[in-house]
Design a protein around this ligand. Structure first.
Ligand code: PRP
Ligand code: URA
Length: 209
């Protein structure tokens, strides 16, 4: 599928395997989510536009490339997407951060919105939406709907683990976005959890439940 990029870097694969291990505790889990987001961000941001700006080195004046225009907006989907923010900010410290609050109804698995605040002017920014898990795709579709409703155009969605069902649903609803995936897993189970997955990402990042 065009616009779906599975990042197969060995460092990312190795770190995802440690994430999956049920013995990995909150502290390590949180650090790994951040590191993986940074490694994925390095790949996902390789098309950021550059412009030549004047700089004076100790030797002479020159024109040299820097990131052009309005910078990035990182938009985590609460809660679990928050865990990926610092990884992206390590690459682009001047990025602005928006938030979209969604939770999955435990019975219907459909997303419910409880918060949305995005940096302006959102239409001029490259937007990196983050959520470690793309399961049914309901939350991702709703999040991208919100971003577009607020004027967002250039949207990259970054997830660490995806199920094929979610990839299909998201790209059917929003074929114009770029989807970056750390690992494409096998399927969903009857509770709409990703198999083999890593369990509940939000609970493992924040140490809840
Ligand atoms: C998880 C995850 C995604 C969503 C994925 O969040 O972080 O946002 O489920 O599932 P979907 O693709 O089927 O919509 P959850 O609703 O558990 O909320 P939390 O981040 O607050 O724990
Ligand atoms: N949300 C999670 O945190 N994990 C899953 O496997 C599915 C949805």
């Amino acid at each position: 599928m065009e616009n779906v990029i599975i990042i197969k870097h060995p460092l990312i694969q190795h770190k995802i395997s440690i994430l999956r291990d049920q013995r990995t505790g909150t502290n390590e889990f949180r650090s790994l989510i951040e590191e993986i987001a940074m490694l994925m961000g390095y790949e996902a941001l390789r098309d950021l536009p550059l412009e030549d700006v004047p700089v004076e080195t100790p030797i002479e004046k020159c024109m040299t490339p820097m990131i052009a225009g309005k910078k990035l907006a990182v938009v985590p989907i609460l809660r679990a997407g928050l865990g990926m923010v610092n990884g992206i900010l390590a690459l682009v410290p001047s990025a602005k951060v928006g938030h979209i609050g969604l939770y999955r109804d435990e019975e219907t698995h459909e997303p419910h919105e409880y918060y949305c605040k995005l940096p302006t002017p959102i239409e001029l920014r490259t937007i990196v939406a983050t959520d470690p898990m793309l399961a049914t795709g309901g939350s991702a579709v709703a999040a991208v709907d919100f971003i577009k409703k607020h004027g967002g155009k250039n949207i990259k969605f970054m997830c660490i683990i995806a199920a094929p069902e979610g990839v299909e649903r998201l790209m059917k609803a929003h074929p114009d976005i770029q989807l970056y995936i750390g690992h494409l897993d096998r399927c969903l189970n009857e509770n709409a959890y990703i198999c083999p997955g890593l369990g509940d990402a939000g609970d493992r990042i924040f140490g809840t439940r």
